[in-house]
Design a protein around this ligand. Structure first.
Ligand SMILES: Cc1ncc(COP(=O)(O)O)c(C=O)c1O
Length: 362
């Protein structure tokens, strides 16, 4: 057997997504993958423990009925958005939902619009599905350029707040793109709970919009892989037709339901992350030679005036067992992305940064 001859042709040009490092040994301060620094609240841990019962023997609800109900009636109650239960899709994290969207819409050669820089997984999927990728460069201040309003294609991915810089795109821009783009506009709001902006109300105005949300970030459930999308029921129906029958598991559904039940408490706690984001930004902006970009997310993007200093910081932080994210990609060499930790984590990061700054910054 010659394996290479059996593989799909387009796998030859395909490079898999490279997840941020997850060290196996202990003692690391992980500020590299935008996880929530707080564990799930005790109520959710209890709900998960109580769910470890006879139900584990059974297949989970393939339609996540209870979860869809509570997403609309509780979590999004005040968001002025769709209310029909058939407008919600539940996925195994946002990443699976993107995959399902590709499965529904993309034949080889179909055009997909992505912005640069943004979350890298859209491009990985587009390559996997053999789409024609049109990458539109964001402006120097990470805004959507006018050329995007002439873009044509089947799918357009917008990440708001955008990873890696952290800023949201305004609803006026998103609405205008929904008007000008002939295909489906997907807005990935994985970090929107850390901002006061959301495009969920736009779903009542346009039909070619899918809004994606995650339980990984604001709800501290990254390991259980839960996410959801909201869109017109006709779109959701197609997504349900192609998803794997049991794409989310029972414990994940229980945990997500618990988070929704206690969402006020969780959002109250997340305010600490937003306060810490402000504090970290202020403290870091006191250093000469760097600039912290404004962020609506649970991470900040630090720009180094002197590109050659950037990797020195990354490596010295690593020596101190602190992981941050650096992207070896055009236009991003002089930035590092740092996840907001809890107060203690952030103090540790600031102290380390100060020590390194003495070596490399004026
Ligand atoms: C912008 C963005 N979208 C989606 C994801 C993945 O989310 P999930 O854990 O729900 O698959 C990430 C993860 O880092 C992300 O940065």
């Amino acid at each position: 057997m010659e394996l290479n001859e059996l593989l799909r042709v387009n796998l030859k040009k395909y490079s898999a997504y490279e997840p941020g490092e997850q060290p196996k040994d202990s003692g690391w301060l992980k500020l590299n993958t935008n996880e929530n620094p707080f564990p799930p609240i005790p109520e959710t841990i209890t709900d998960i423990k109580n769910a470890l019962d006879d139900k584990l023997r059974l297949y989970p609800d393939p339609t996540s009925f209870e979860l869809r109900k509570d997403i609309l009636n509780v979590l999004l109650r005040d968001k002025n958005t769709l209310t029909n239960r058939n407008s919600v899709f539940i996925g195994n994290g946002s990443d699976e939902i993107f995959d399902v969207i590709f499965k529904v819409f993309i034949d080889p050669g179909d055009e997909v619009i992505i912005f640069y820089p943004s979350y890298g997984f859209y491009k990985v999927l587009a390559t996997l599905y053999d789409a024609k990728i049109t990458e539109i460069q964001l402006t120097n201040d990470f805004a959507i350029p006018d050329s995007a309003f002439n873009a044509k294609g089947k799918l357009m991915f917008i990440n708001s707040p955008n990873n890696p810089n952290g800023k949201s795109f305004g609803n006026a821009t998103i609405l205008k793109l929904c008007g000008s783009f002939p295909g489906i506009v997907v807005v990935d709001e994985a970090y929107a709970d850390f901002s006061d902006q959301t495009c969920l109300p736009l779903l009542k105005k346009v039909k070619n919009l899918i809004v994606n949300r995650s339980f990984s970030k604001s709800f501290s459930l990254a390991s259980l892989r839960m996410g959801f999308a909201l869109a017109d029921p006709d779109i959701i129906k197609e997504m349900n037709r192609v998803k794997l029958p049991y794409n989310t598991n029972y414990i994940g559904q229980v945990a997500a339901l618990s988070c929704i039940k206690h969402s006020n408490k969780i959002f109250e706690r997340n305010k600490k992350i937003i306060e810490e984001r402000q504090r970290l930004t202020q403290e870091l902006n006191k250093f000469e030679g760097i600039n912290v970009l404004p962020s609506d997310a649970n991470f900040i993007f630090i720009k180094f005036e002197d590109k050659s200093k950037t990797l020195k910081f990354v490596w010295d932080l690593r020596e101190m067992k602190i992981l941050v994210r650096h992207f070896s990609k055009p236009g991003l060499y002089n930035f590092i992305r740092v996840t907001i930790g809890n107060e203690e984590d952030n103090n540790k990061f600031l102290n380390a940064f100060q020590k390194i700054a003495k070596k490399y910054l004026k």
